[in-house]
Design a protein around this ligand. Structure first.
Ligand SMILES: Cc1ncc(COP(=O)(O)O)c(C=O)c1O
Length: 360
């Protein structure tokens, strides 16, 4: 079939593929989502949306203020960008800042969506590996690459998905100060599980090249509604807004976001539950002698003694989804398991033990 070719970068692109079908009714431990859904107040607020509301374009009044109040930080509303999920914020960042021939400096392995966002802009990618044996942050190597290569964008996932690697705020601020021409993007999607946010220390007047990404997907339980934020210096947020559609976030998501931000206690309780379940699972893995790595996020890596693909398939048959890390540098052969509630982790552990013949 002949068809008009897309831009060369798009023709070359290997699309980010996330298995999105066939997940219904299963215990989904494959996308690091909130496994129980949002606060009942969110559901109530959505149910209360009047019918005429559906007929008008979404209205964003007060949402930036609500985020600022939730964060409890002295930010101005023009420092907050609203996006249809952090994925859309990433798109906007690359579209606004990443040009052909420029470089994205990032780490490896990390969230799989950064690379296609860079490639579609025709950017080169320099990915610095995490340091074995504990996947610690390669700070010296990143410093070096930043000084030597003048990358257009430095993108750090903190804590990192999938290694959970944590980076303290001070070195982040130091990296941003050292490279004023580089947009330093900190993806804090899983920050609630570590408390390592750079935001409380960030001075966007001193380091206007720093941008922080937050989402209501993984902790507040709004992954299906899509709600992401970029926080930074007003001129940078303005440039991201220029490449974003005027109504990209729908009004149901806006209503849900207001309710979720107003019920931080619910999110905090969920995060506490996940952290407890994570400790419990780590204990089981330790006792059973299963190789694993658990650090910052609501997920951990484990290395089954049997081939990972077979264990993944058998878990699926048992109604549990996990994510194979096949082909990812440093962690090939591992499975990433998202952490949910204590009962969900017990269900997982029971199935895992049966499949991998752990008897103890
Ligand atoms: C590190 C990281 N950043 C961004 C995203 C996407 O977030 P959102 O659902 O807000 O688009 C994900 C989702 O898995 C992620 O793991």
């Amino acid at each position: 079939m002949t068809f008009p070719p897309a831009r060369p970068e798009v023709e070359r692109l290997q699309a980010y593929s996330a298995p999105l079908e066939g997940r219904r009714g299963l215990l989904r431990l494959d996308f690091n989502e909130n496994t129980i859904g949002p606060s009942p107040k969110v559901v109530q607020a959505i149910r209360a949306i009047p019918a005429d509301h559906y007929g008008i374009y979404p209205e964003y009044d007060g949402l930036r203020e609500a985020l600022i109040a939730n964060l409890g930080l002295p930010l101005q509303i023009d420092q907050i960008g609203l996006f249809n999920g952090v994925d859309a914020a990433l798109h906007a960042i690359f579209q606004a800042y990443g040009d052909r021939g420029e470089t994205l400096l990032t780490t490896s392995p990390t969230f799989g969506y950064y690379n296609p966002c860079a490639q579609v802009q025709g950017m080169a990618i320099e990915a610095v590996p995490y340091q074995l044996p504990d996947f610690s942050f390669p700070l010296d190597a990143v410093r070096h690459a930043l000084a030597g290569g003048s990358p257009r964008i430095l993108l750090i996932c903190n804590p990192n998905n999938p290694t959970g690697t944590r980076l303290a705020p001070e070195p982040i601020l130091e990296l941003a100060a050292a490279a004023p021409q580089t947009l330093v993007v900190i993806d804090e999607l899983y920050e609630a599980f570590t408390g390592d946010s750079v935001l409380p220390l960030a001075d966007f007047a001193a380091t206007p090249n720093l941008v922080v990404l937050r989402s209501l997907a993984k902790t507040a339980g709004l992954a299906g509604l899509r709600m992401g934020f970029a926080i930074g210096a007003a001129p940078v947020i303005d440039r991201l807004g220029r490449v974003t559609g005027p109504y990209d976030i729908n009004s149901v998501a806006v209503t849900a976001a207001h309710a979720a931000l107003a019920d931080q206690a619910y999110t905090d309780a969920y995060v506490a539950q996940v952290k407890q379940a994570r400790s419990w699972l780590v204990e089981q893995l330790q006792q059973a002698g299963v190789r694993h790595h658990c650090a910052g996020g609501n997920y951990l890596l484990l290395w089954p003694r049997q081939p990972a693909a077979a264990v993944e398939a058998q878990l699926r048959e048992a109604g549990i989804l996990v994510r194979s890390m096949a082909g990812k540098p440093l962690i090939d052969g591992s499975l990433r398991v998202s952490i949910g509630t204590g009962a969900q982790m017990e269900q997982f552990w029971q199935a895992y033990r049966a499949i991998t013949a752990i008897t103890a």
